[in-house]
Write a protein that binds this ligand. Structure first.
Ligand SMILES: *Cc1c(COP(=O)(O)O)cnc(C)c1O
Length: 446
């Protein structure tokens, strides 16, 4: 498409939902006609450096020839076929690669359509597992505050109970158990009482708890916070002691984002059930996966139904599997560790001065994630415009001005992003000082 492609913005405004928006008070949307490398090209011809990897997924950049070729080949051979009673080479290829990359205890793969569904699948697996192990009363899920696990009903039930969507849907959302969010920062040894409340909940309720679910190391959309590997180690030990499964939601952190291939490797632990998504296809098409151990699979087989009760229409979509399989080949070339380390180093240097800006609460970087946390919620639409004016695509939410760029970003492009973050944080800080009005905000990655 040419840079002059016409986009019918009026139709969009009147008829198309965007994530977390109103149909009567539409927020601005920008027309994107193409993307290449680490740049988005707008309908007015402007080029924006991408600081979000399209919601943390597009880790190799846009238009990567290797992924495109794999998808084009798949498209012309077999774009889709049902997965019930049928298998195909790309599902097998991607599953083999996932099992080879993840911890040895994980042996089974469920291919799901999106991250939220991968979380639903994980929770169903945990409940069915305990049915098969003669403990059908283990039906509740324990998690921590400030989590984010997706937007479907079961996923919502384990998102942060105050910042999430619980209050909007009331009793329609299952009541789960919540421990305080981990408070020991990444890289530090565990604060003595950090797991105390978690242990107390497990001690009191383990007979009704099927699993603990948590985002390892990085609490993403609910907190943009990095916590201590010691916390995860301690949590794994508690789950073993109280006979509760551990579900790790690596949908945001998987495939190198925090500097390790998977964030659980910072702690040297294994999950019983692992959720993957977002960067799984390199951000080219929706696909997620829920992996589990032999023990979990055996338990499910021993449950009254004898089968795992989930099977979406587009399960194992060949085009998505081909994209993922190609993206995993790129990950397996191991250029990402150096790229992510360089991004972390540069962000730490270039964002260091942000802590002196009025209205900035904290600055933190881990892997290819850089966060400026403001003391108050920001005006997403206004700051979005300020970023676009500076030629970059950064989308703040709640009180977070953050970037998660593609791993392939150049040092010059990254400097443009960090410079814009400093400038926009200063604008946000000044605005917060001038106005006392609180922005309505809820937790989402919107
Ligand atoms: C984005 C995200 C999800 C939900 O994935 P979708 O593909 O948006 O449904 C779940 N868990 C975590 C940690 C995420 O970051």
């Amino acid at each position: 498409m040419s840079a002059t492609t016409q986009i019918d913005h009026q139709f969009d405004r009147q008829h198309i939902w965007h994530p977390y928006t109103s149909m009567t008070q539409a927020l601005p949307v920008y027309g994107v006609v193409s993307a290449e490398g680490c740049e988005l090209i707008l309908d007015d011809g402007r080029r924006l450096i991408d600081g979000t990897s399209s919601w943390w997924a597009c880790v190799h950049g846009y238009g990567h020839p290797y992924i495109l070729e794999a998808m084009q080949k798949q498209l012309s051979t077999l774009s889709h076929v049902m997965f019930g009673g049928i298998t195909h080479p790309s599902a097998i290829a991607v599953s083999k690669k996932l099992l080879a990359m993840t911890s040895d205890n994980l042996t089974k793969v469920f291919l799901a359509d999106s991250g939220s569904i991968a979380v639903e699948v994980a929770m169903k697996m945990a409940l069915q597992y305990w049915q098969g192990r003669g403990a059908p009363s283990k039906q509740r899920i324990l998690t921590v505050k400030h989590g984010y696990h997706g937007d479907t009903f079961a996923a919502m039930s384990v998102c942060d109970p105050e910042g999430g969507m619980h209050t909007m849907f009331g009793e329609a959302v299952t009541q789960q158990l919540f421990a305080p969010a981990p408070k020991t920062p990444f890289g530090e040894t565990l604060i003595a009482d950090d797991l105390e409340a978690m242990e107390a909940l497990l001690n009191a309720h383990h007979q009704t708890i099927a699993a603990v679910i948590i985002e390892p190391i990085m609490q993403g959309a609910g907190a943009m916070h990095f916590y201590s590997a010691d916390y995860l180690k301690g949590l794994r030990a508690l789950c073993d002691r109280y006979k509760v499964l551990l579900i790790l939601d690596e949908i945001a952190t998987g495939f190198g984002r925090t500097g390790k291939l998977f964030a659980y490797q910072h702690a040297g632990i294994e999950a019983d059930i692992l959720c993957l998504g977002k960067a799984l296809t390199g951000g080219y098409i929706s696909l997620a996966a829920t992996l589990c151990s032999d023990e979990v699979a055996l338990g499910i087989s021993d449950s009254p139904s004898g089968v795992f009760m989930h099977g979406p229409t587009f399960m194992g979509n060949p085009l998505a599997c081909a994209a993922a399989s190609a993206s995993l080949d790129l990950i397996n070339q191991h250029q990402w560790p150096e790229q992510v380390a360089a991004i972390e180093q540069q962000m730490k240097q270039e964002l260091a001065t942000a802590s002196a800006i009025e209205g900035v609460k904290a600055v933190r970087c881990l892997g290819a994630v850089g966060v400026i946390e403001m003391t108050r919620s920001v005006n997403t639409a206004a700051l979005q415009q300020a970023f676009v004016d500076r030629g970059v695509w950064v989308r703040p939410f709640s009180s977070y001005i953050y970037i998660m760029p593609p791993y392939t970003i150049s040092a010059q492009q990254l400097s443009r992003l960090t410079q814009a973050m400093l400038e926009v944080a200063a604008i946000a800080g000044a605005e917060a000082k001038a106005s006392r009005g609180d922005e309505a905000s809820f937790i989402s990655h919107g």
